[in-house]
Design a protein around this ligand. Structure first.
Ligand SMILES: Cc1cc2nc3c(=O)[nH]c(=O)nc-3n(C[C@H](O)[C@H](O)[C@H](O)COP(=O)(O)OP(=O)(O)OC[C@H]3O[C@@H](n4cnc5c(N)ncnc54)[C@H](O)[C@@H]3O)c2cc1C
Length: 401
């Protein structure tokens, strides 16, 4: 069968949600879910958290639902190389062509490499295959050098320290998670990493990573001239949106594939969601958000509307991170280099952080070890606070969450 009612390109988190969205509106239409990875869609955040921390969590327990949805033809290990919007077809790397009535693009992002070639001991961490490669090498006593100041580096350095591997953690800011946390919390986090035996190497970037000539280890050079050695290097250097298919097909692309609140692209029969898109946000305007909440919500909306539904979404998505026993949820722009207010709930351990722009307008909210529940939905309160775009006296927010 070469024609499908729906084709979803990208079998990740948004693709999985898109399949659920299609089925919500259309119980029987044929769906092809085409993914470049060899694995069925899975919960990607588990790669740097639950798979290391929870004994019962394995690659098979993080598989999502799309693969068991009736009427879905899964094509894994299959890359789509072009989309022809006029003919309503997609072509895969092995030269096959498939027709669609409605197409959903959920192609996610591609890890940045900064020109550092991957190898058996040099892992740009993004996929389940990277997890498997790291898992076999990060054994007790192995020396792992973790590189990158974002969520992936921060989380991997923590879970690996508990493996327990010997961990050296290299990042460009002065403190761990310094891209989101104000200094008074980030300093605390530095101490937590040190207490777990992690060697911190702050304030530097890695310029080269190479496997040693005997293939037994890695050598890293830093931009201050130092060299580091280890058994394996794992890098989280950020990611770029996977937009080539969309651009080549003539779809509007600006920072990501441009979609409206219905996740419709500039072609009325093509929808898109997840890390690959620039989505409308009722507070911040159009922007690209590379987090689970936006991917799953947007994927479902794209799928529903591809199947004739009328869903829309422009909410302010949240993101989260878990680090040792600490964790946070956050919304908006959490740039700690501007003005911020730390409202301590429990001195030293629980706080809500408010971030402001130069006009004192609230830009972001981060809840450090502060968790909501049904009666006190902290994320909903934070979203409401962000919708008020008037300048504030920072003190007026104390106790707002
Ligand atoms: C290690 C890690 C930890 C994370 N932790 C968190 C977290 O704690 N909190 C949070 O909010 N978010 C987290 N994220 C981000 C979250 O996982 C992503 O926002 C989410 O997975 C995006 O979903 P997506 O479907 O857009 O992209 P993905 O899940 O990346 O899926 C895209 C899929 O499309 C495939 N693809 C791309 N191009 C093609 C093509 N041409 N043909 C076929 N297939 C294609 C890719 O191979 C991939 O499988 C984490 C991400 C990573 C990598």
């Amino acid at each position: 069968m070469n024609d499908f009612e729906y084709i979803v390109v990208g079998a990740g988190m948004a693709g999985d949600a898109a399949v659920a969205g299609i089925r919500q509106e259309d119980p029987t239409g044929t769906i092809a879910l085409i993914g470049a990875e060899p694995d069925e869609p899975y919960n990607r955040p588990a790669l740097s958290k639950a798979l290391w921390r929870e004994e019962d969590t394995t690659p098979s327990t993080i598989i999502l639902k799309a693969s068991s949805t009736p009427g879905v033809t899964l094509m894994l290990g299959t890359r789509v190389t072009s989309v022809n919007p006029d003919a309503h077809t997609v072509t895969t790397a092995d030269g096959k062509e498939f027709g669609y009535h409605r197409l959903v693009l959920t192609t996610g992002g591609r890890p940045r490499t900064a020109g550092i070639p991957a190898g058996p001991r040099v892992i740009h961490f993004h996929d389940l295959s990277d997890y498997r490669a790291l898992r076999t090498q990060a054994t007790r006593g192995a020396h792992v050098v973790v590189v990158g100041g974002g969520f992936i580096g921060t989380e991997l350095a923590a879970v690996l320290a508990e493996t327990p591997a010997t961990v050296t953690y290299v990042f460009p800011r002065d403190h761990v998670d310094g891209h989101v946390l104000p200094e008074e919390i980030a300093r605390h986090l530095d101490e937590v990493y040190r207490e777990h035996g992690v060697e911190l190497v702050p304030g530097v970037r890695v310029t080269t990573v190479a496997e040693t000539p005997d293939g037994e280890g890695v050598t890293l050079t830093l931009d201050d001239g130092r060299e580091l050695h280890g058994d394996v290097a794992v890098l989280g250097l950020g990611q770029d949106p996977e937009t080539e298919l969309a651009s080549a097909a003539g779809l509007a692309v600006w920072e990501g594939i441009v979609v409206d609140a219905h996740r419709r692209t500039s072609d009325p029969d093509i929808f898109a969601a997840g890390d690959a898109v620039a989505r409308p946000d009722r507070v911040f305007g159009r922007r690209r958000v590379q987090h689970e909440d936006a991917a799953v919500t947007g994927g479902r909306v794209a799928g529903r509307n591809a199947a004739g539904g009328e869903a829309s979404d422009d909410h302010v998505p949240y993101f989260y991170s878990d680090i040792f026993a600490d964790g946070y949820e956050a919304l908006g722009v959490t740039d700690p280099t501007g003005a911020s207010l730390v409202d301590w709930k429990e001195p030293g351990s629980e706080a809500v952080v408010y971030y402001f722009d130069e006009d004192s307008v609230l830009q972001g909210v981060l809840m450090w070890n502060v968790w909501g529940d049904e009666d006190h939905d902290t994320k909903a309160i934070a979203a409401q606070l962000l919708e008020d775009r008037s300048p504030r006296e920072p003190g007026e927010l104390v106790g707002a969450i």
